[in-house]
Design a protein around this ligand. Structure first.
Ligand SMILES: [Zn+2]
Ligand SMILES: [Zn+2]
Length: 341
């Protein structure tokens, strides 16, 4: 089969590798759509601690079952499926506490390699995080289940109210998935602060009520103007930059909540005003990854199609042109690309 291999940061090579065989309880999926993701772009541009090279990569996908391993009863060859690329063990300390996103082995056992014709999915993922894909849901939208599950997991900890004013910092794919998810929950005031005109247009199309040019100096005053001087009920940081983490705390109202969603570079730190955090009772959350419960909920949201999720996918690229898609992604007049084998 053809598979894109990340040889080292900046270098992708299309290689011929054997089609994998499933493990007992596992399956092999013929990939029909894979989606680009900011994590893949980071790995491509400067390497990623979780992706030692050379490596197969790509982790957001949907397709059809090509082979089933011994003992698989829920799926058969030819079934259309949607899946994540990781699943918890169910037995470690964190899993037993219902914090499966922090499972000791969820990261080391994750599967990469969706930028290829086939991907091998192990038993623990098939059992917990793989689902049939209904015919009415396009493959490209089904492939959004994994990033949307991460967003759902973060929002689970903060039940947003319909009358909340929410500020979202950044307008990449994860930011816009937040917009769409909040919109489906009936939140009316969703303010997106970001830079590129194309992305701001899509932000409005998926449910943002206001889009502001990202200007760190003036943002706190502009958010106060839009919230009767209070600040936002909920601020969601989706840029992964320490100074924006700090800025996001300034934007929250007394008693408000900040979600630090964007992971920052290793070794970075932030400084916070303790008076603000304590006397204004600002709740700080930093959700990571997802649980099987969040995956189920994300799938349900995609099936309901209360927003046009397809707008988050800007264009298609063939498997051979993954490098061009990632170059384009870096330039920013886009959200995600569908990579088609
Ligand atoms: Zn991703
Ligand atoms: Zn575990």
């Amino acid at each position: 089969m053809r598979a894109n291999v990340l040889l080292e940061p900046g270098a992708i090579e299309m290689q011929r590798v054997p089609v994998p065989d499933p493990e007992p309880g596992g399956v092999v999926v013929k990939v029909l759509t894979a989606l680009t993701c900011g994590t893949d772009l980071k790995a491509f541009l400067r390497g990623h601690p979780k992706f030692p090279t050379p490596t197969l990569f790509g982790h957001e996908f949907a397709g059809v079952i090509a082979k089933v391993g011994a003992g698989v009863t829920r799926f058969r060859e030819g079934d259309a499926v949607m899946s994540t690329h990781s699943a918890p063990c169910g037995a470690c300390y964190y899993c037993r506490r219902g914090q499966e996103n922090l499972c000791d082995t969820i990261m080391p056992t994750m599967v990469l390699g969706a930028y290829a014709e086939y991907i091998r999915i192990p038993e623990r993922i098939v059992r917990q995080n793989m689902y049939p894909k209904p015919e009415a849901l396009p493959y490209r939208e089904a492939a959004l289940m994994e990033p949307l599950a991460c967003v759902v997991h973060g929002l689970e900890q903060v039940p947003a109210r319909e009358d909340d004013a929410v500020v979202i910092l950044g307008n990449g794919a994860i930011a816009l998935l937040h917009v769409a998810a909040l919109r489906t929950r009936g939140v009316a005031t969703i303010i997106v602060a970001g830079r590129r005109a194309y992305r701001q247009r899509v932000a409005r199309a998926v449910g943002a009520s206001h889009t502001l040019d990202f200007e760190a100096e003036t943002l706190p005053a502009r958010i106060r103007d839009l919230t009767d001087g209070r600040g936002a009920d909920l601020v969601i940081e989706c840029t992964g930059q320490p100074h924006i983490w700090e800025l996001s705390v300034q934007l929250a109202r007394r008693g408000g909540t900040v979600i630090f969603f964007g992971g920052c570079k290793r070794g970075t730190t932030i400084t916070l005003d303790t008076e603000r955090i304590h006397y204004d009772e600002i709740a700080l959350r930093s959700p990571f990854h997802m649980t099987p419960r969040a995956v189920r909920q994300a799938r349900q949201m995609l099936l309901e199609r209360r927003v046009d999720w397809g707008q988050l996918i800007t264009a298609d690229y063939p498997l051979e042109r993954l490098g061009d898609a990632l170059d384009q992604l870096q330039r920013g007049d886009c959200i995600k690309f569908a990579i088609l084998p």
